[in-house]
Design a protein around this ligand. Sequence first.
Ligand code: FAD
Length: 329
Amino acid sequence: MKVAVVGGGPAGISLGWFLRGTKIDVTVYEGLDDVGKKPCAWGVLKGIENYLDIPKEAIYSEIKGFRIYLDNKLISEVRERERLGYIVDKPLLLRKLGEKIDLRLNSKVVLNKGKLVVNGKEEEADKVIIATGHYSLSKDVTIPALQYITDLNYDPEMVDMYFYSDLLGYGWIFPDPKGAKIGVGGYASVDFIREKLKTITSGRIITQHGARVADYGVFEDRLNGSYIGEALGTVYAVTGEGIRPSIISSRIMADSLLEGKDFSREFKRSKLHWTLQVHAEVIKRAKASNSVKGLERVLLRADPKLVVKFAMGDFGKLDLIKLFGSAIL
Ligand SMILES: Cc1cc2nc3c(=O)[nH]c(=O)nc-3n(C[C@H](O)[C@H](O)[C@H](O)COP(=O)(O)OP(=O)(O)OC[C@H]3O[C@@H](n4cnc5c(N)ncnc54)[C@H](O)[C@@H]3O)c2cc1C
């Protein structure tokens, strides 16, 4: 079977990588001249090792702790002995994986009545899988995010997450080989987000950029075996984490293709689907009530370790009850 994957982000590249050397012949088409160009803070949480070996040279640092801030005040700090995740060099990681697969750069895809058209030329494929990230999503299911790359000297083992009582969204300071990446994303105007970003920015700004991030949860109407990654909605809506969940969605797709199983059924059975939908439900409720009070209460009262588990999508029903009561189930 010949599979065409549209988009060379974490979802598309990892699907090609999972299927390399199998009976399925995969080509990944990336519209840009390199991979990993989309603005991103390059944080990947633990668990990723179960799916991919991250080449050593693509790891900038290991995350050992989180600090959580509410309205720019530190409210909790967790520091562990063991690794909680990584800061990776995302373009390098994707390039390294891309070396092992049929990746075509500068290959812009358009689907014309279901037919695959690459740079204006029709190509043959038995199946097309869309991994185009937020690019295929409308504004009402994504939020804007702005990020500065700064020279701020930052602890390479810590990541900071910011939450606000007047913004349904999040901010972050993540270590970076040049210093730190500082960003804010949320359900607000770009001007409002820029103002929030100013309040947590230190160091010299080297570059600034922005992109939208899905905050809706999984799009059930795209659960038809033709979508993976952020194009399917695999971003944890409360934190904006999208790399690891996108890669997990690709693993489920790869297994479904290899074993002749229905992707939609396999995905819906996964812990990934359930935890993504719980995050999305928290955001939907906050939007509906036009208030972030529920989240604020959780951040202020709950055990910080439990908050981190929730943020990482590593929670069960009991954890949810402890955090939110039974209302969220
Ligand atoms: C500012 C910011 C910071 C973030 N930080 C983090 C973080 O630290 N950790 C984390 O886990 N997540 C983070 N995210 C989210 C994360 O970047 C995405 O969720 C993740 O990259 C999604 O992977 P993907 O492969 O589904 O899509 P993408 O990474 O968006 O890849 C899609 C690819 O498809 C290509 N493409 C689009 N249309 C076409 C076409 N027609 N033809 C050919 N190619 C096409 C694009 O060029 C792109 O390369 C961040 C997002 C933003 C905006």
